[in-house]
Design a protein around this ligand. Structure first.
Ligand SMILES: Nc1ncnc2c1ncn2[C@@H]1O[C@H](COP(=O)(O)OP(=O)(O)OP(=O)(O)O)[C@@H](O)[C@H]1O
Length: 227
């Protein structure tokens, strides 16, 4: 069953100066439980597509339909709430809050969702355990390696039990061992919990693990292969 439908998505930047047509009529469906890589040359529109998919940016035209909700038609506040309850994000730059510990970074999302304190603590510790760094729960991001920070970011993305996780080049800043580990964690969560992952990447090793590879070129879908 499709949980996400992208319908004729167009996005142009700088429309008043020199326009850049980042997406030119993209149609895509994503099913529950997918492990999908979005690939394509630099500038082909991968980040733009993920941002629109996650409701972080609006298309100029077309619809983003998630669980039958037309996300692009929601108001600003409705969109924030929708994101919080449906989508987990993993960014290339981790985006952890520096003054909070690893556990607090994970708990933060649960607090926004109104989850009671004891449950927040339990769930965040479980998640840090799942990503293999339970001993780092009380450590702040600057005391963690890049790979460990990215693991915290994965735990945070999963904290709210999202319908799907979007990751924009999640391994871009990681050494190869950390990248392998991160990928195994994502893969395991996909297999065991049926969490849907959609990630953009330039990394061949990441592409090889994907079950579906969508190739973008100049803002259009050039290829869409399920392996
Ligand atoms: N905020 C912006 N303002 C103007 N142009 C932009 C903006 N963001 C992206 N673009 C342009 O839109 C096009 C698509 O960019 P996008 O970042 O989506 O590509 P990408 O495939 O993710 O690239 P990369 O692999 O280098 O991250 C590019 O030509 C880019 O220069």
């Amino acid at each position: 069953m499709s949980i996400i439908t992208l319908n004729k998505i167009y996005k142009t930047y700088n429309s008043r100066q020199v326009p850049v047509h980042a997406l030119k009529g993209v149609d895509l469906l994503f099913d529950e439980g997918e492990f999908t890589a979005i690939v394509g040359p630099s500038g082909s529109g991968k980040t733009t597509l993920l941002n629109i998919l996650g409701g972080l940016d609006d298309p100029d035209s077309g619809d983003v339909i998630i669980d039958e909700v037309y996300v692009n038609r929601l108001s600003g506040n409705e969109k924030i709430k929708f994101r919080l309850n449906h989508i987990g994000f993993i960014f290339q730059a981790y985006n952890l809050i520096p003054v909070l510990t690893a556990r607090e970074n994970v708990e933060f999302i649960l607090e926004l969702q109104g989850v009671p304190k004891a449950e927040r603590k339990k769930r965040s510790l479980q998640l840090l355990e799942a990503v293999g760094i339970p001993e780092k729960a009380d450590v702040r991001p600057r005391q963690l390696s890049g790979g460990q920070q990215q693991r915290v970011a994965v735990a945070r993305a999963l904290a709210s039990n999202p319908r799907f996780v979007l990751a924009d080049e999640p391994t871009a800043n990681l050494d190869s061992t950390s990248a392998e580990n991160l990928l195994s964690i994502m893969h395991e969560l996909n297999q065991q919990e049926n969490t849907t992952f959609i990630f953009s990447t330039h990394d061949e090793r990441v592409v090889k693990k994907a079950r579906r590879v969508v190739t973008l070129q100049d803002g259009t879908i050039k290829d869409d292969k399920t392996i």
